[in-house]
Every structure is written in structure tokens, then in C-alpha cells.
Ligand binder design. Structure first.
Ligand code: 0A1
Ligand code: ZN
Length: 850
């Protein structure tokens, strides 16, 4: 049956399930076109439920037979599942359904990727496997039998039996259906073991397609480190005999935390120095940790309903950030996280797709796996921790695990744990979960008789469906510096609760320079009139690494804005301050590499909007080009020295130290290429033995218009490696000049290696175009048209990936009338497509209604 008419689901309408499930037995007879799924499910009436309506979700299923307590029944089929008369007492439901994994291009439910069977059930994919109450508050133990000739047959939990053509698995931990997984294929494992702190041996495996077995070692180390870290820091031990990870090539997202059987997009687990960059290694380590940490925050304690998604995602992102900070450099991780937060979440919060961290309605839940739920959700946990302090945070988490183990919980449950631990009232804090939009925090200061006063005002612009905003509690970390650069007041947390509030610091000899929002203590936009002189002072003297970086960023931003708005020349004051940081050997090279980076073009566009201007993407691009060119010339003597100094002689290691050195050397190389015409980049390309150096050099060569030969050579070298070829697709677009970006992207979609069926390849190509602001927003409209053409082609095949990419259009209101009308025409073209998916319809409708 086809999709039901789009329906909005509201948090306020939540009702408990009518029937609960005690156990599930599934038998899969795998076949590409005619897989049979036989289920035996023990139901019992839920004493907490208000009614006895029996409904099972089911989509794209062929029902062969159904039985209740052994007697054949004929259910009534509805658009989204089935209903049936059932006893008002515990009963056994059995069904036999047929599905076609090979026809499943949406990659939700059971599908086939490169000859292997794989599943994706979050959020609502299980209903494409069998009839079931597919909601996270129905938790059950699962026993699974897989029948297939394929050599490797995996499911959740522990293996219980295995023989010729079958395997059986039992998961003793009750779980919702979204955590179900099954994998079958001709796979090779990279095995290891881990002994938990209480002495239990756990078998670990990473399963990959033949040929990829040399790319598992790093992921395995990351897994073991994650297991140890969760024991050491959160006291959480693993709870099964086996932990399996599988790499699959066709996957809509990064990875999935299925109980005991994590399934990964191969790009998020496979790694080798020759094929992966340092950034890839860092990301893989973080995602492996993220999925592993879900075992407690997500699986043992899950979400009552999908509105509570941030309960597991915000907390798990926060935990994986803590892990990365501990494994690598905490300041560098914080800066990277804030760059990502501003780039994706602030952008979302500021446009038509803005929604609260806990949304109160949705049409398609897959559209809410957003930067707001994930990244802002994690910021809220960080703020809570700052407000209650480390010791109470640890106590509250222990209570959370104690009190809610085995539950499908809510944000109310989460906050109550903190209230009970600390005696605090978190009513105001809860607004962070309920109100969309990024608060703007403006600051003014006064100094009199040794007393320094900071006055803050907060306000949040209206967002869709929310005109009025109440003040939120904001932890503002502040330090004060003396005019000579010494710190006179170390980091102090100011707790702002009102719309306007002042804080006093007494006994100061001179008017201090404030360092505000240290370590980015709250996800707000700080608005403070400040001079470039003061920014340069903080860049030189701030003891808080985040704010030191932030000062440099603010300097670059103000210089760029003056160039874009007033045609000003690049500010050499800024360049001298920057040069001092780049030269400072006492600073972490990774930090210095971040300090040379400029604000993104999207950040500059938004800054201009905040100043009441209409941004011109081409003018922004040109200003950035001019500034980079000027920096390159200004630092002409320094950069080759830095480049030489930070060459790594030791054998490649993917650790933070080596990665930092390579990042700084590559940042220098990018600038050097602007003055030497790419000579140094060519030399690096020719001798590179790792992807970090090879790819950076290739980018420089393309940027210097010297890339043709290397682009060709790179393809020949790597044509057998799909993950590297994804990079090849992206890079050519990312480094293209704006006048040709759409044309280059279009030509790449004609390349024989382009396929829209693989989400990674689609994102590498069309996502790269959407990520090139001056190319995508080119005045010709060619970028808009090309993306739309492909969204329309992809939607019937893979709605989820189509819908996610629609956010490329979310900033349309920023731009001039011509661009707006070109975008609107494309949005209408999308909405006009017959049979457009619910996912894409919701996204475009929300974007359009801005
Ligand atoms: N829960 C996973 C992400 C994920 C979400 C949805 C998916 O399909 C719609 C797939 C994966 C995580 O946070 O890693
Ligand atoms: Zn997650």
C-alpha cells in the first residue's frame, strides 16, 4: 500500500501503548526478492493504557498468514498497518510476511548492499520488516533465526546456535524494534577481545567485505579505547558476550547503534593512512565511540517517543566529545565543535527549519536527525554540567543509570534526576529544550572606583510557530585580564537568569579587558562592541584557548566584513597579530592551524544579514580570496619555514600530535601555493605516502589551476577504492571557481562512477556543490537547477537522503530578490512532482513557508 496522506504528530498527543510485548521470535528465510519473515510475538495488555485498540505498523509487506493463539485470523489492513480483534488477556501473535530486500533502495528496513543483507530500523524501519508496534516505548527480548547460505549471519545479542545454512541469536536485553539488526553476507572479520573491569571477556569483531580487512585496525583500537573510557569515566560496563561492528557501503547516515551489532557507513569505520585523512581518523574514532556509548545512553535507557530523541543523541554526542577531548586536545576539539555548531546548527536555528531541541510536532521523524537535536542537544548537557559542577554531574548520571535502566525515558525524567541530585529547580533550564532559536547576548561594561560591571541582555528572534521567547538561564564563563596581559580574575561562571542582568567585580586597580563566554560556555551569539585592538590583545594574551582562537576569528571577520561592505583593503594589523600566533612555537600546532583558518563564507553571509545587509555570495568569495592572497604574501618568509619545520619524519600515526603537525604544514602549504603557483604542492603530491598530504596537495593544485594532471593521476591511482573516489568527486567541486562549480558538478554526475543509489557518492557530488556557497548561489541559477534536477531524481529512490539535502535551500531568505525567486521556482518545481515523498514534502514545505 502507498504512503498515507502526510499527518502531523504531536508530543501532546502521546498515549501509552495498548499492548506490551514480552518476547519476539523472528525467523528470516533470506532471498533477494522474496525474503520470508515469520514472527511469533507474545503480547499482553498494558495496564497503563487508556484503551485496548490493537494496531501493528507495517509498510510494504505482503502478509501470507496471521494467527492469534494458533488460530488463523484475517486482520483489517489500514494504510499504515493492520488492526485485529484480540483477547483482553496475554496472547501470541504469529505472522508470515514476504519482503523484497533487493527492491529496497530507500535503505530503511532490510536491504541489499553489494550482495550483503543489512538493516536500518531507526527510526521507523522495522515496520518494513514485519508487523509490529514500531514505537520505542515497546521493549522486548528478541530471538532471531536466520536461514541463508551466506557464510556470515549476524543479529543482536549473543549467538545461541549455528549450523549449515542457519544461525540463531538471542538478545536478553529488552529493546525497542528500532535497535533490531540483521546482517548476512560474505564478510571477513577483524577479531579482538576486551576484558571488562569486572573480568568478563567480550569477543569483538569488525566485519567487512573481502579487500577491506586491512582497514579495520584503527577502528578496533578506537572501540577498545571507548569501552575502557566508558568504564573509567561513567562506570559503564559492556553487557553482552560479543560486540559486532559491520561496514556497509550503502547507508543513509553515519552509523547505527543496534544492540550488540553496530552497523556503520563504511566511510565511518574503514581507515588506513594511504586512504584516509587525519580528519577521517578523528571522525571514525568519534563515531565508533558515539555508537558504543549509545549502549547505555540510548539502548539500556531509550526514548519514550521520538520527540525525546535528544535524550539519547544530545547526551551521546556530549559523551563522545568528552571522549575525543580526553584522547586528543580538549581546546582543539572544542574549537572544532563550535565551528561545526555555528556552521550547521546556528544556520538551522536562524532559518525556516528552526525547531526546539525537543520538537513538539513532526510529519516525518527522519527529518529531525538534525544539528539542533544532536549538537545543540549536546551543548545543553554541557551547560547543565557547568551549572551543577562536575561532582554533581557525576552523581546525577549515576542516579540516571540507576533509576532508569531498562526504561523508555523522557526529558522530564532526565531533568528530574538533576533536580533530585542538586535540589535545583530546572524549570527555567527546560526552556532550552522547548524554545527554538539562538539567544543573542549583548554586553555593556562600566568601570568606576575599582568596580567593573558587566551588563548582559538576552533576546531570541521569533522562529516558526514561536513568536514569544522567555529568558533562559545562561552560564557565562568570564575571566578578566589586566591591561598588561595578566589575568586578574580567573574563569568564573556567571549565572544569568533574567532578560537583563549585571555582574560586579570589585577591587580592581585598572579597567580590565574581559574574556567572555570562555570555552563557549553557552550556545549563544555574543554581541559586543569591541575594537580590533582589544581583539588583538585577547588573541595575544587570553589564557582561555577557545577565546584566544575566537579573538583571532573575530578580527578576521571584522576585516572581511569591512572588505565586503566598504571595499576596504585587508587589515595588516590583523595579519601581524595572526602571524605572531602562527610563529609561536609554544602553542599547539593544531591550534595554530585553526587560528590561520578564516570564518566560513556562510558565517560571513550570516554576519552580513545580522548587520542588515543582503549578502552577495560572489563578493564574499572574492574578499576571502583577496585576504588569503594577502596573508600568503604578508607571511611569505614565515610560511616556508613553518612548512619545513612541521614535516613529520616518523612513520605515520593517526594521533593528535602528528595530525596537528600535518594540519599546520598543510595550512601553510595552502597559502604558499598562492605565491609559488603550486610548485611546493606538486612536490608534496609527488612524494605523498598518506592521504592527508596527498589530498591537501591536490586541493592546492586545483586551487592554483594546476590540477588537471594530478586529478587524472589520482583517479587512476584510486579508481578501485570507492571511499577515496568519493573524495575525488568532492574535491574537484569544493576547489572549483564559482563560475564553473555547477558545470563541474554536472559533468561529474555524467561520470561512469557517479551513482545516485549510493548516498556517499551522491553527497560527495551534490553535497559538495551545496557546500560551495558562491558556486551554489551563482547568479546564473545553475547551481539551484542542478541540485533540484537531482533531488527530483533521487526522491523516488531514497527519500531520506533527498530530504536531508533540501536544507541546502534553507538560507534562501537571506539573498536578493533574483536569487529568492530562482530558488522559489525550484522549490515549487520540487513540490509539483507527482508522488513526492513525505520526507521531501515536509522539508520543502517548511523551507518554503519562511
Ligand atoms: N542513531 C544513529 C543515527 C541514525 C539515525 C537515523 C538513521 O536512519 C534514519 C540512521 C542512523 C546515531 O546517532 O548514530
Ligand atoms: Zn547517536
Amino acid at each position: 500500500m502507498k504512503d498515507a496522506a502526510p499527518q502531523t504528530i504531536y508530543l501532546k498527543d502521546y498515549t501509552p501503548p495498548s499492548y506490551l510485548v514480552d518476547s519476539v521470535h523472528l525467523t528470516f528465510r533470506l532471498s533477494p526478492e522474496h525474503t520470508r519473515v515469520v514472527s511469533r510475538i507474545e503480547f499482553r495488555p498494558n495496564p497503563e493504557a487508556a484503551n485496548r485498540d490493537f494496531f501493528l505498523h507495517g509498510e510494504e509487506l505482503r502478509l501470507h498468514s496471521a494467527r492469534i493463539n494458533g488460530a488463523e485470523v484475517t486482520p483489517q489492513m489500514t494504510l499504515e498497518g493492520l488492526t485485529c480483534e484480540v483477547p483482553d488477556a496475554p496472547f501470541v501473535w504469529e505472522s508470515d510476511v514476504e519482503i523484497s530486500p533487493v527492491a529496497n533502495t530507500a535503505l530503511e528496513g532490510l536491504y541489499i548492499s553489494n550482495g550483503m543483507y543489512s538493516t536500518q530500523c531507526e527510526a521507523q524501519g522495522f515496520r518494513k520488516i514485519t508487523y509490529y508496534p514500531d514505537r520505542p516505548d515497546v521493549m522486548a527480548t528478541f530471538t532471531v533465526r536466520i536461514e541463508s547460505d551466506l557464510p556470515v549471519l549476524l543479529s543482536n545479542g549473543n549467538p545461541v546456535a549455528q549450523g549449515d545454512g542457519f544461525a540463531e541469536w538471542h538478545d536478553p536485553w529488552p529493546k525497542p524494534a528500532y535497535l533490531f539488526a540483521l546482517v548476512a553476507g560474505d564478510l571477513i572479520n577483524h577479531p579482538d577481545t576486551f576484558t571488562t573491569k569486572s573480568g568478563k571477556d567480550v569477543e569483538l569483531n569488525i566485519w567487512v567485505r573481502p579487500g577491506d580487512e586491512d582497514k579495520c585496525a584503527f577502528g578496533m583500537e578506537a572501540l577498545k579505547k571507548s569501552m575502557k573510557w566508558d568504564e573509567d569515566v561513567y562506570g559503564r560496563e559492556y553487557d553482552l558476550d560479543i560486540f559486532n561492528i559491520v561496514a556497509v557501503d550503502d547507508f543513509n547516515m553515519g552509523a547505527m547503534e543496534n544492540k550488540g551489532l553496530n552497523i556503520f557507513n563504511s566511510s565511518c569505520v574503514l581507515a588506513s593512512p594511504e586512504t584516509s585523512t587525519d580528519a577521517n581518523f578523528e571522525r571514525i574514532e568519534a563515531i565508533i565511540a558515539h555508537e558504543y556509548f549509545h549502549n547505555w545512553t540510548g539502548n539500556r535507557i531509550t526514548c519514550r517517543d521520538w520527540f525525546q530523541l535528544c535524550l539519547k543523541e544530545g547526551l551521546t554526542v556530549f559523551r563522545d566529545s568528552q571522549f575525543t577531548s580526553d584522547m586528543r586536545s580538549a581546546p582543539v576539539k572544542r574549537i572544532e565543535d563550535v565551528i561545526a555548531l555555528r556552521g550547521r546548527q546556528f544556520r538551522e536555528d536562524n532559518g525556516p527549519l528552526a525547531h526546539p531541541v525537543r520538537p513538539d510536532s513532526f510529519v516525518e521523524i527522519n527529518n529531525f536527525y538534525t544539528a539542533t537535536v544532536y549538537e545543540k542537544g549536546a551543548e545543553l548537557i554541557g551547560m547543565l554540567k557547568t551549572l551543577v559542577g562536575d561532582a554533581d554531574y557525576a552523581k546525577a548520571l549515576d542516579l540516571y543509570f540507576d533509576r532508569h535502566d531498562g526504561d523508555a525515558a523522557t526529558i522530564e525524567d532526565w531533568l528530574k534526576v538533576f533536580e533530585d541530585t542538586t535540589g535545583r529547580d530546572l524549570t527555567q533550564f527546560k526552556r532550552w529544550y522547548e524554545q527554538a532559536g539562538t539567544p543573542r547576548l549583548s554586553v555593556s561594561e562600566a568601570f568606576e572606583d575599582g568596580t567593573y560591571t558587566l551588563t548582559f541582555k538576552q533576546d531570541t528572534l521569533p522562529t516558526p510557530g514561536q513568536d514569544h521567547k522567555d529568558p533562559r538561564v545562561i552560564p557565562i564563563a568570564v575571566g578578566l585580564l589586566n591591561p598588561n596581559g595578566d589575568e586578574v580574575v580567573p574563569t568564573t561562571i556567571l549565572e544569568m537568569t533574567g532578560a537583563e542582568q549585571s555582574f560586579r567585580f570589585e577591587g580592581l586597580a585598572a579597567k580590565p579587558v574581559p574574556s567572555i563566554l570562555r570555552d563557549f560556555s553557552a550556545p549563544v551569539i555574543l554581541q559586543r562592541e569591541s575594537s580590533d585592538q582589544e581583539r588583538a590583545f585577547l588573541l595575544a594574551h587570553d589564557t582561555d584557548p577557545f577565546n584566544k582562537w575566537e579573538a583571532g576569528r573575530a578580527l578576521a571577520r571584522s576585516g572581511l566584513i569591512a572588505m565586503i561592505r566598504d571595499g576596504a583593503a585587508p587589515d595588516t594589523g590583523h595579519l601581524d597579530a595572526l602571524q605572531a600566533v602562527v610563529r609561536d612555537d609554544t602553542l599547539d600546532p593544531a591550534f595554530r592551524a585553526l587560528a590561520i583558518g578564516l570564518p566560513s563564507q556562510d558565517d560571513l553571509a550570516q554576519t552580513l544579514v545580522n548587520l542588515g545587509e543582503v549578502p552577495d555570495p560572489m563578493a564574499i568569495w572574492q574578499a576571502v580570496e583577496v585576504l588569503k592572497q594577502t596573508i600568503a604574501q604578508h607571511m611569505q618568509d614565515l610560511l616556508p619555514r613553518i612548512y619545513a619545520q612541521y614535516q613529520v619524519d616518523d612513520a605515520y600515526r593517526a594521533d593528535a600530535d602528528q595530525a596537528g603537525a600535518r594540519a599546520l604544514a598543510n595550512a601553510a602549504l595552502a597559502l604558499i601555493s598562492r605565491v609559488d603557483g603550486g610548485a611546493q604542492a606538486q612536490a608534496q603530491y609527488d612524494k605523498a605516502d598518506n592521504m592527508t598530504q596527498q589530498l591537501a596537495a591536490l586541493g592546492c593544485l586545483i586551487g592554483a589551476n594546476k590540477g588537471d594532471k594530478a586529478v587524472q593521476a589520482f583517479y587512476e591511482q584510486w579508481r578501485h577504492d570507492r571511499l577515496v573516489i568519493d573524495k575525488w568527486f568532492s574535491l574537484q567541486i569544493a576547489y572549483s571557481d564559482p563560475d564553473h562549480a555547477a558545470e563541474i558538478a554536472r559533468a561529474l554526475t555524467d561520470h561512469p562512477d557517479f551513482t545516485m543509489k549510493n548516498p556517499n557518492r551522491f553527497r560527495a557530488t551534490l553535497g559538495a556543490l551545496a557546500g560551495h556557497p558562491a558556486g551554489f548561489h551563482h547568479a546564473s541559477g545553475a547551481g539551484y537547477a542542478l541540485l533540484t534536477d537531482w533531488l527530483l531524481k533521487l526522491d523516488p529512490i531514497n527519500p531520506q537522503t533527498t530530504a536531508r539535502m533540501c536544507s541546502a535551500f534553507e538560507t534562501w531568505k537571506r539573498y536578493d530578490a533574483d536569487r529568492q525567486s530562482m530558488i522559489l521556482a525550484q522549490l515549487d518545481r520540487i513540490l509539483g512532482q507527482q508522488g513526492l515523498s513525505r520526507d521531501t514534502t515536509e522539508m520543502i514545505t517548511r523551507i518554503r513557508s519562511a
